[in-house]
Design a protein around this ligand. Structure first.
Ligand code: HPA
Length: 271
């Protein structure tokens, strides 16, 4: 695995002569932030040795290296989901590549269904913690000691200082950034109303089909993680209406400007 990762890392090093400070995973419908990256160097996934491929509608597949507010970043436009049939190793592969490249910070974003009835579609939610119980653990199998420990701690998966920075940045921009617990579900079917009630009783504020595997692997390797969800719809059964992917993408699009402003402000003041 390490050799496979390092082959990818060597390729990226041959294309880019710096190590970004922050890696950003852009969630469904939140790809516009990529347009704000200056001096962009775009590398399609299919050109990168050992990199997986994307399939889901609304997801492209490219790495964008460059700067935001004079900070060096790399953004993933298009991520790998478990529901697409990817093995967990593929889902988290880019995170391992980023870490081996020398990147210490990860911003992970997603579209999520709102479970907390204080939320409304279009809201942004700072992830304070997650529920991974329905997620196959990406660290299952022999531990790769060169990457991290067998039993990594998840007490503070989402960095406290970065959370404070996000709230402060939102406040300055007048964005009402909610906070809450993100629960993973495997998808691709949306959850049933009974599942959403169960998740609410477990303490979840939002639900989605990504982010948790990437966060676990990032924490395994000691990266600092900041997570932001865009609440694109209320979760199943909360409103008397069915869910559909188009609605999710459309709400994502409407919130994109606010989302991009927030992430740019966070990056500007990164500490
Ligand atoms: N459930 C799971 N994943 C999602 C949802 C949802 O309601 N909305 C956007 N991603």
């Amino acid at each position: 695995m390490i050799q496979k990762i390092d082959k990818t890392v060597e390729f990226l090093k041959s294309k880019i002569d710096y190590v970004p400070e922050i890696a950003i995973i852009l969630g469904s419908g939140l790809g516009k932030l990529a347009d704000l990256i200056e001096d962009a160097k775009i590398i399609p996934y299919e050109e990168i040795p050992n990199f997986p491929r994307t399939t889901v509608a609304g997801h492209e597949g490219k790495l964008i290296f460059g700067t935001i507010k004079n900070r060096r970043v790399v953004a993933m436009k298009g991520r790998f989901h478990y529901y697409e049939g990817n093995e967990m190793d593929s889902v988290v592969y880019p995170i391992r590549v980023f870490r081996r490249l020398g990147i210490g910070n990860l911003i992970v974003t997603n579209a999520a269904g709102g479970i907390n009835t204080g939320f409304k579609p279009g809201d942004l939610m700072l992830i304070t913690d997650h529920i991974s119980l329905f997620c196959e653990n990406p660290l299952r199998g022999e531990n790769i000691n060169d990457l991290g420990p067998r039993f990594p701690d998840m007490t503070v998966a989402y960095d406290k200082n970065l959370r404070a920075l996000a709230l402060e940045s939102a406040g300055k921009l007048g964005i009402d950034l909610k906070s809450g617990i993100y629960s993973y579900c495997k998808g691709p079917s949306y959850e049933s109303p009974a599942e959403i009630r169960a998740l609410r009783n477990m303490g979840a504020d939002a639900v989605g089909m990504s982010t948790v595997p990437e966060t676990i692997v990032a924490r395994h390797m000691g990266m600092r993680v900041l997570g932001i969800s865009c609440i694109t719809n209320m979760a199943a059964g909360i409103l008397d209406q069915p869910l559909n992917h188009e609605e999710v993408m459309e709400t994502g699009k409407q919130a994109e400007k606010k989302f991009s402003e927030l992430v740019c402000a966070i990056i500007e003041n990164w500490r």
